[in-house]
Design a protein around this ligand. Sequence first.
Ligand code: F6R
Length: 608
Amino acid sequence: MCGIVGYVGDGKASDFLIEGLRRLEYRGYDSSGIAVFENGKIEIKKKQGRLINLENLIKEMPVSGHIGIGHTRWATHGKPSDINAHPHGDSHNRFVVVHNGIIENYMELKKKLIQKGHTFKSETDTEVVAHLAEDLDDGDFLSTIKKVLSVIDGSYSLVFMDAEQPDTLICTKKDNPLIIGLGEKENFIASDIPAVINYTRRIYILNDGEIAVVKKDSVHVYDADGLPVSKKVQEITWSAEAAEKNGYPHFMMKEIYEQPKAIYDTIHIHLTKDGEVKFDNLNWTKNSLESIDNILITACGTAYHAGLVAKHYIEQFTKIPVQVEIASEYRYSKPLTTARTLCIVVSQSGETIDTLAALKEAKRLGAQSIAITNSIGSSIARESDAAIYTLAGPEIAVASTKAYTTQLVILLLLSLYMGQLKETISKELVHHMVEEFKVLPKQIEKVLTENKHMEKVAQRFIQAEDIFYLGRSIDYAIAMEGALKLKEISYIHAEAYAAGELKHGTLALITPDTPIIAVATQEEVMAKMYSNIEEVRARGAEVLGIGYDDDAELEKYTTEIVKIPRVDEFISPILSVIPMQLLAYYTGIKKGNDVDKPRNLAKSVTVE
Ligand code: F6R
C-alpha cells in the first residue's frame, strides 16, 4: 500500500525522500514521486514503476532543496501512471500534497472545483485535496489545511507543502498511520517506522485528527479542536538490521527462519513460574468472562485463517461459541453482535482498513474488544479496549509467515488463559500445554530442516495448474493458509478443501495432474482422512502428506510425506504450516516470481 515520507532540515531533502521510500517499498506500490522546494517553487518529479525509474529521473534533473515530500502509490483511483503518481499540486503547484487512503467525497468536491474553474491533471481523488487548499486559502497555511480537512470525508494520512511557506510541512491523519521522526536540525515524516530508522530512533505517533506543523527546529502538534497536544516521544527499540535481509536471499525466507525466535519472544512473557498462562494487561476475572456469551473473531486473509484455528481452541477450552468472520463481510452481514460479545480482531499490520472498520462496527454494537497485532501503537491496537502483541518483529515480505505463527501462539495462549480463568479446563492441561510451548521453538527448528525436501517438491509442483490442499478439523484451517500462501507467491491456482467435502462435487476435478497436499495431524479424524486420501489416490493424484514423524500409517496412504515432530494436536498447526510456507517460497522462486513483492498485492491494505 502507499508509502509517505517528508523531510525538512539542513540536509538535501531528496536523499532522505528516496532512502525513506526505498525502506517502504515492501508495502507494495506501482509508481513513486517526490516534491522538493527549489529556486522559489515546488518541483515535482514522479514516475510509474519501480523506484529506480524515479531515481533515474532525479539523476537527470537533480533537486537539491531542503524541504520535500515523497510517495509510493498503490493505485486506487486511476490507473498506475506518471500523471496519477503523487505528489499532486493545485493549478499553480502552490499547495502540493501526498496522500494515503481514500477521499470518499472527492467526486462531488471535484465537480464544484471544476465549476469554479479548476482544471485537473490526474484521475486521482488526491488531486482534489491540493485544489481545495488553493480554493480555501486564507493566507495562513495551518488554517487553510484545517478548512480542507473540514470538507473531506474518508480515510487519509496527508502531508502538505506550501510554496509560500517553504520552511514548513503540515501533516495529519485519519484511519491511516503517520509518524514524525525527530532529528537535530531536521525532522522527518513517514507512514511507517522503517523509513526513518537510519536517521532517528525518536518518534511521535500521530493520532487520528491531530495536525502537526513540522519545521526543521520544531514540531507542534494540535488536536482536532486546534488545541496544542503535548506528544510523548517514543523510542524505537528494534535495530536497523531487523528491517534488513540479514544475509537471506529474500525477506520471506528470512522471516520463515525467524519463526523459532519470534515464537519464543511471543510465548515467554505469557508463562508464569508455576506453569500457568498470564496476560498482564487484561483485567479479566472469572466473573467478567461469565458475562461473555459469544466471541467474534474478525480479520482478513492470513489473519482470518489464524482466527479459524482459534475457533477450535476457544470453543474447546472455554465452551463459548465462536463466530469467525471475514472483516470485509462482517459489517454488511447485519451482525448479531451485542454487549455480551467479545470481539477479537487479528491483524499483523494493525492498519488493515477492513479489520479496523469491522472492529468499529462491533464496538458500535456494544462488544468488548481485543486486538492481536504485530504493530505497537497501530490504529487497530489503539481502537481496541486492549491490545496483545505478537512479538514477531517487522514483517517485510508481503506474504505473512512469522506473523501468522505468532498469531496462532497468542490465540492458543489466550484460549488457555480464558479456560484457566473460567475453570473450564484442568490445571493439568494448562501445565501440559505450557511444557509444549517451552519446547516449541526447538520443534520449529526441526521442521525447518525440511527446507531442501520442500525445494525438491517445488520443482515438481511448478508444472501444476491446480493444487488442492486437504484437511479435516484444525487441519482444514491450516490447509486454507497453505493454499493462500501458494497462490500469492507462485500464482498457481490452489484451493483448500475440507477433505470430507471433496466427494460432494469437487472430486470431479481431481486427475493425475492435480497434486494434493494432505495435512493429517488430528487423531479424531485420522481414519477418515486416510479414506479421503485414498479417494484422490484412486483418481491418480500424487499426494504429499504432512503428518507426525511417527505416523507410519500416513506413509502408506500417500506418495510422499513431510514429517513434523509429534506434538500436542493443538500445537501441530504451528508446525504443519511451515512446510507449506517453504513450498510456496520455492515454487515462487522456481517460477521466477518476486516472492517478497508478489504481483498485485500490498503488505498493508488500507483501502476497503
Ligand atoms: C497473506 C497476507 C494477507 C494479510 C491480510 C491482513 O500472506 O499477508 O492475507 O494477512 O491482508 O493483513 P493484516 O494482518 O495486516 O491485517
